[in-house]
Ligand binder design. Structure first.
Ligand code: PGA
Length: 235
């Protein structure tokens, strides 16, 4: 694992955006795996700025999102988050965007996304990490799922995400890429932001073991992971 330690989240976001923009300039038809939450916001802002300044072209690129809530309101959906933070501000063609439809039948959506991953390989997967070590919505458990699936959310995840919902009520289920879908990405960029991630980050950096209790440790099995985080979170 290639570890980049920074002085601040802003520096992490800058480095993350640079890595993504470099990958795009080397491969204009890049398939980007995208994440939602607090962590990627600063990265997406810099990518939008680069597009506005004429330094990025997404016209041949495509994207697939890690996860989406099942049966949430449009304004609370990750689709809306992506539109607001990235898609509305860059020239990624709408037909090249893949994300579970929060209004559709979840089983139909799981099947549609499983077919997507049978055909396509993510070139660069952007990941955050949950305070409980989840990646996507692959929550700590005795067993982990390899493919796209519907998952109940743990209380820890619902609590961590409640601030995104106007009424504080978080959907209890989500559709998520599986661990195998994530680990098949050619390159993985993991960005860790926030004090609440300190314990799971330490386990990932210092433990050296893979455990379903901290799904992020499965990234130790991947040959090309770059981790960007603030140095202060690692001590
Ligand atoms: P956050 O969420 O970026 O909002 O901290 C990350 C995650 O839960 O994967």
């Amino acid at each position: 694992m290639n570890v980049i330690l920074t002085k601040s989240y802003e520096e992490s976001a800058q480095k993350g955006a640079e890595l993504i923009l470099n990958a795009l300039s080397q491969n204009p038809a890049l398939l980007l795996g995208l994440a939602t939450g607090e962590t990627p916001v600063g990265i997406y802002r810099r990518i939008c700025d680069a597009y506005r300044d004429g330094n990025a072209d997404f016209s041949r690129a495509s994207s697939v999102n890690l996860d989406e809530y099942v049966g949430c309101r449009a304004e609370d959906s990750y689709r809306r988050f992506m539109d607001d933070n990235l898609f509305s501000n860059i020239n990624l063609p709408s037909e090249n965007i893949t994300i579970a439809d929060h209004t559709a039948d979840p089983i139909t959506e799981v099947n549609r996304l499983r077919k997507f991953f049978e055909r396509r390989t993510v070139d660069l997967q952007l990941l955050g990490i949950g305070p409980n070590g989840h990646i996507g919505f692959n929550e700590p458990d005795d067993e982990l799922e390899p493919h796209v699936h519907i998952t109940p959310l743990t209380k820890s995840t619902m609590d961590a995400n409640a601030h995104w919902f106007a009424d504080g009520v978080v959907p209890e289920r989500a559709i998520t890429m599986g661990m195998g879908d994530i680990l098949r990405a050619r390159t993985i960029l993991l960005v860790v932001k926030g004090e609440s991630k300190r314990a799971v980050l330490r386990e990932l950096l210092n433990g050296g073991k893979v455990t379903t209790r901290n799904p992020s440790t499965f990234l130790l099995l991947h040959p090309d992971v770059t981790l960007i985080t603030e140095e202060s979170l690692t001590v």
